[in-house]
Design a protein around this ligand. Structure first.
Ligand code: LMR
Length: 331
């Protein structure tokens, strides 16, 4: 009798059909960095929180290290609905909007606190929505940190970079930045950088300490200069149509999970970068150079023409708003 009852109950569930409400919504979150980086950790935190807040309703699958899609492909994949969430570096959106290029202007931000203030300002928040007409909606900014520059020779003054080929992310501003130094920029997907450095396809690169360490770039580069010359942050984006089609409670839960993951990311980013720097120094494979204020001023001067070149595309107002964030009192 009992068995019969159980079977009837199971049958009733089956008859009710595979109701959409009972199938968790699968969210594929693809990114290109290692798990032990700010973005890698934050993506896992997002999964943990989303599944805790929406039990049985969502399942978040995180794919790190370009496992599922690399740089260019992930943009395509989100448009096609093959992934639901990605968090590319801000340098990689220039096909969608010229405004986000503001983050690539060399020596714009004094430190990550300034970047944070800008992202929290009205002008910064507007950027999250700046690609909606192209089908992409930004949910949050995530920090990585400031970029350092490396090669197989010491890079102490801008002339040292002359004639070298540098790997860059897919950004025209970053291309112009290296051209201003008399160097050759080469756009390459993140997953291809280590090999390009090792085989000599490129002579140098720029990235944050956590990316340099987790990708072992320091094993293929004899010298790294702590230049802090540019920002490398992310925007977590979703396919706007997919997001707007989610049930309200799911959207609310995911928004909450994103807020928590963003805080985690921004709390650990600086520490992970500092730890990576220490590990690179301890590895003994590379010499880390610190610029004197006079040397730093030379790099700033050499890269400054890039600002004028792109002011028209980005907009002076936006550049001014970003500059204002260097002062703690604004915003
Ligand atoms: C890069 O391509 O160097 C970075 O955008 C990788 C990343 O996502 O941090």
């Amino acid at each position: 009798m009992k068995k019969w009852l159980l079977a009837a109950a199971a049958g009733a569930v089956l008859l009710a059909g595979p109701s959409a409400a009972q199938q968790p919504i699968v969210i594929k979150f693809s990114h290109v960095v290692a798990e032990k980086t700010p973005k890698g950790q934050a993506a896992l935190k997002f999964k943990e929180e989303a599944e805790k807040l929406l039990p049985g309703k969502v399942k978040v699958e995180v794919y790190p290290s370009s496992q599922l899609f690399g740089d260019a492909k992930e943009m395509e994949a989100i448009a096609l609905g093959d992934v639901q969430m990605i968090a590319p570096s801000l340098s990689k959106f220039d096909k969608f909007t010229k405004k986000i290029q503001v983050f690539d202007l060399p020596f714009l931000f004094n430190d990550t606190d300034a970047i944070d203030r800008f992202q929290e300002s009205a002008a910064g928040k507007d950027l999250l929505k700046s690609m909606e007409s192209k089908g992409l909606l930004g949910l949050a900014f995530w920090h990585n940190g400031l970029k350092q520059i490396s090669a197989n020779k010491p890079l102490l003054v801008p002339e040292d970079a002359k004639g070298l080929k540098f790997r860059i992310q897919a950004s025209d501003i970053l291309a112009a930045q290296f051209q201003a130094l008399g160097a050759t920029p080469q756009k390459l997907a993140f997953s291809e950088v280590y090999q390009a450095l090792q085989t000599g396809t490129v002579d140098g690169q720029e990235n944050t300490w956590s990316n340099i360490y987790s990708q072992k770039f320091h094993e293929a580069q004899k010298h790294i200069t702590e230049s802090n010359h540019g920002a490398l942050d992310y925007m977590v984006v979703v396919n706007a149509k997919w997001w707007n089609g989610l049930p309200q409670d799911v959207r609310d839960g995911l928004t909450k999970a994103m807020t928590i993951a963003t805080k985690t990311n921004n709390d650990i980013a600086e520490r992970l970068n500092k730890e990576a720097l220490e590990k690179i120094k301890a590895s003994g494979t590379t010499t880390v150079h610190v610029l004197t204020p006079a040397q730093r001023a030379q790099w700033q001067k050499a890269m400054k023409p890039v600002w004028d070149k792109f002011e028209g595309q980005i907009g002076k107002d936006l550049i001014d708003a970003a500059l204002k964030s260097n002062s703690a009192k604004t915003n």
